[in-house]
Unconditional design. Structure first.
Length: 319
C-alpha cells in the first residue's frame, strides 16, 4: 500500500511538472493560429500576413494564418470563443462588423468572452468605380441614384460591415435608394466591380491605394480628414454629405487566456507596430496604422456600439 502511494505521488508530481513546463514553453511548443474573418486578398488578410513574420520573430514561434470568411465575421469570432484559452488561438476583429452584429441578431457566441488585444489600423471606408465609369464624384453617384432608384449597386464585404453601413448612411443623408450586394471579402468585391457586375465597390483606402490602381478610380472616402494614403481622394463631407465610416482592425483573444500570455502577446504586437521595417512595409501597403492598446480600444467600443444601435433604430439593415 505504501509503495503504491509513493508511486502515485511521484506520478502526480511528474504530471504537475510537465504541465508547468508546457505552460512555461509558451509559445514555442506548437504553432499559434490567428484567424482572419474574411477571404484572402482583403485588407485584414494582407495586414495579417504582413505582420506574420515580425510576430514570429518577436515571439520565437510559428504563426499560421487561417481564413474563416462568412456571416460578416461571426464564423471566425465563434471559433475564437470556442478555442481553448491556452494562448494558441487569436483572431483579428473588425469594427463595425464585430459590434454591429451584436445589434442585428442573436449571436452564436458571447461577445463578453472575447477581449481585445490591440487595435492596429483605422482604415477609412471608400467607394470606388471602374476606371472607365461615367461616375466622376459622389455627387454623380447620388444624381444617378435619384434619377433611377436602386440602379446603383454597391458591393461590400458583408452585412453590417463598414462598407454596408456607409451605404445605409449615404442613403439617409442623400435621400436615395441603393442596391447592396454583399460578398465574402474585398477581393470578391473588387472582382465583381472589374467584371461589371456592380456599379460601386465598397473598399477601404488600403484596399485600393496600394499596388496597381489603374483599373479602379476612387470617388470618395468616409473618413473625418484627408487620408495620407490617398491624399487626392475627397471626403464625403467635402462633397456635401455628412457621412463618416471606417474599419478598425486589430487582434483579440479569449478573455480567459492567462494574463501573462496575453501580456506577452500584446507586447509583441506593440513591438511589431513600432518596428521601422514593419512601418515601411505598412506604408507600402497603404495601411493606416493607428495603434491602441486592448484596454484603450475596448473603452471606445461602447460609444461605437451605441452609434450602430442608433443607425439600426432608424434604418434596420436586416429585415
Amino acid at each position: 500500500m505504501l509503495k503504491a502511494l509513493k508511486t502515485f505521488c511521484i506520478g502526480a508530481l511528474a504530471v504537475s511538472a510537465t504541465a508547468g513546463v508546457a505552460h512555461a514553453e509558451w509559445p514555442k511548443d506548437r504553432p499559434i493560429e490567428i484567424i482572419v474573418a474574411f477571404a484572402p486578398g482583403g485588407s485584414t488578410d494582407v495586414m495579417a500576413r504582413a505582420m506574420q513574420p515580425y510576430l514570429e520573430k518577436e515571439l520565437g514561434a510559428k504563426i499560421v494564418i487561417i481564413n474563416k470568411p462568412g456571416a460578416s465575421g461571426e464564423i471566425a469570432y465563434t471559433q475564437l470563443s470556442q478555442a481553448k484559452p491556452d494562448g494558441y488561438t487569436f483572431s483579428f476583429i473588425n469594427t463595425p462588423g464585430y459590434l454591429s452584429m451584436q445589434v442585428q441578431r442573436k449571436l452564436r457566441y458571447d461577445p463578453k468572452s472575447i477581449q481585445a488585444v490591440a487595435r492596429i489600423v483605422d482604415d477609412p471606408t471608400a467607394f470606388v468605380v471602374k476606371a472607365d465609369s461615367p461616375l466622376k464624384s459622389l455627387k454623380d453617384l447620388v444624381a444617378q441614384a435619384k434619377a433611377n432608384p436602386k440602379s446603383v449597386s454597391v458591393g461590400s464585404s458583408g452585412v453590417g460591415t463598414d462598407d454596408h453601413l456607409a451605404t445605409i448612411l449615404l442613403e439617409s443623408a442623400a435621400g436615395v435608394s441603393l442596391t447592396h450586394v454583399p460578398f465574402p471579402g474585398a477581393g470578391e468585391t473588387r472582382t465583381a466591380l472589374l467584371g461589371g457586375h456592380i456599379t460601386v465597390g465598397g473598399l477601404n483606402v488600403s484596399e485600393f491605394a496600394s499596388g496597381d490602381t489603374s483599373s479602379v478610380r476612387p470617388l470618395v472616402h468616409f473618413g473625418d480628414k484627408r487620408s495620407p494614403e490617398a491624399p487626392d481622394v475627397p471626403m464625403a463631407q467635402e462633397q456635401g454629405f455628412e457621412v463618416f465610416m471606417s474599419s478598425e482592425r486589430g487582434l483579440a483573444a479569449r478573455r480567459d487566456v492567462p494574463a501573462d500570455i496575453r501580456t506577452k502577446f500584446s507586447d509583441a504586437v506593440k513591438k511589431v507596430v513600432d518596428n521601422p521595417e514593419f512601418k515601411e512595409q505598412a506604408k507600402k501597403l497603404s495601411l493606416p496604422l493607428a495603434y491602441l492598446s486592448g484596454e484603450e480600444w475596448e473603452q471606445q467600443m461602447p460609444k461605437r456600439l451605441q452609434a450602430f444601435q442608433d443607425i439600426w433604430n432608424k434604418t434596420p439593415w436586416v429585415q
